[in-house]
Ligand binder design. Structure first.
Ligand code: ADP
Ligand code: NA
Length: 333
């Protein structure tokens, strides 16, 4: 069997949102604190599947690293690094490109979404192959569990398929069949303006999301203006079923407070949004302000971030190198 090891990554393709924090960063820190071996990555090779301004990419890579550190990732307890600094990711991705099938890639809903309304044939080959690089990220460390938001579920299923096909094609039991960890109240944080859309850094409306760089007043204003409905909060969680905006705000509260959704409903049953929203705003500011301040503190010293990432890359490479070597032996290299 494989010993427990957690891997996950975040793209340096723009600012971080509350969705990234609750669906990813906060849970990454919890996993680290459960004493499981944790490896976390800024995935810059993924970011360039769509064109990135080079100076901006460098800045955003440091910003994601700062967000990890500010969210409680301790570079002594977790391996924290930038993907392109460990060459094994690109090398294993090529081998896995030759295992995965083109048709599997075309079926990915993220690829379909990202090319919707555009000429898909004119997108980068990397955008299509993105999930096999993601499989390489995970399998390069023999990671057994990957905490992510719900939007990554299909890519993780593909990682399992690629691992299984490699094992089958070469008659080995070499790559683990990774388990997705999609848990908690905030696996899919929705837009504050449209309860049917995912909160995303790429949404053209800034009011749709809370950014980790927003100040307290901006956070409070965005929550006050968030789309809700005219009904009080229900007596039970089931009462949120057909109320996507209400459910989203309650889920955000639960995830920020670190309690189950049921506990939030028990506290606020019958309350109007005029009462609930200011409480949510206070909680969001209390939880996010210290993180924003820490991020700013780290960003004031970019060379310290680079030093941490460099050290992390050495540690990551030490785990990856023997696994890559063995992979090549299996393939006949
Ligand atoms: P984005 O989706 O914002 O472009 P990434 O693809 O780099 O960012 O995702 C980083 C992590 O954040 C992934 O684990 C992803 O599932 C999670 N995530 C992104 N958006 C949300 C959201 N709205 N709710 C919950 N988790 C999210
Ligand atoms: Na995503």
């Amino acid at each position: 069997g494989f010993s427990q090891r957690i891997f996950s990554g975040i793209q340096p393709s723009g600012g971080m949102t509350l969705g990234n924090y609750l669906g990813a960063l906060k849970r990454f820190a919890e996993k680290q604190n459960e004493g499981i071996e944790t490896i976390y990555c800024v995935v810059d090779l993924h970011a360039i599947t769509v064109w990135q301004d080079p100076a901006k990419l460098r800045h955003q890579t440091r910003e994601i690293a700062a967000a990890y550190l500010a969210s409680g990732i301790d570079p002594d307890r977790s391996v924290l690094f930038n993907q392109s600094q460990v060459t094994g990711h690109a090398e294993l991705a090529w081998i896995l490109n030759c295992v995965a099938r083109i048709g599997w890639m075309y079926r990915m809903t993220q690829f379909k979404d990202k090319t919707a309304g555009k000429n898909a044939e004119n997108s980068s080959l990397g955008l299509l192959a993105y999930p096999s690089l993601m499989a390489a990220d995970i399998l390069l460390y023999h990671a057994t569990q990957v905490p992510v938001g719900e939007d990554q579920k299909q890519h993780l299923e593909l990682t399992r398929d690629i691992a299984a096909k490699f094992n089958h094609d070469y008659g080995v039991d070499f790559f683990p069949i990774t388990e997705p960890l999609i848990e908690g109240a905030a696996t899919r944080v929705m837009s504050l303006r449209d309860g049917t859309k995912k909160m995303s850094k790429s949404d053209p409306s800034d009011a749709s999301r809370i950014n980790l760089t927003d100040d307290a007043d901006t956070i409070a204003k965005k929550i006050r203006k968030a789309t809700s409905d005219a009904h009080p909060l229900p007596e039970t969680v089931e009462g949120l079923k057909d109320r996507p905006e209400a459910r989203n705000l309650v889920n955000i509260y639960a995830a920020l407070a670190g309690v189950p959704t049921e506990a939030v409903i028990a506290e606020f049953a019958g309350a109007q949004f005029g009462t609930f929203k200011p409480k949510l705003a206070d909680l969001a500011v209390a939880k996010l302000s210290p993180i924003t301040a820490e991020m700013n503190r780290y960003m004031a010293d970019p060379s310290e971030i680079d030093r941490i990432l460099g050290k992390g890359a050495d540690r990551a490479d030490a785990i990856a190198a023997p696994i890559l070597k063995k992979t090549k032996e299996i393939v006949g290299m």
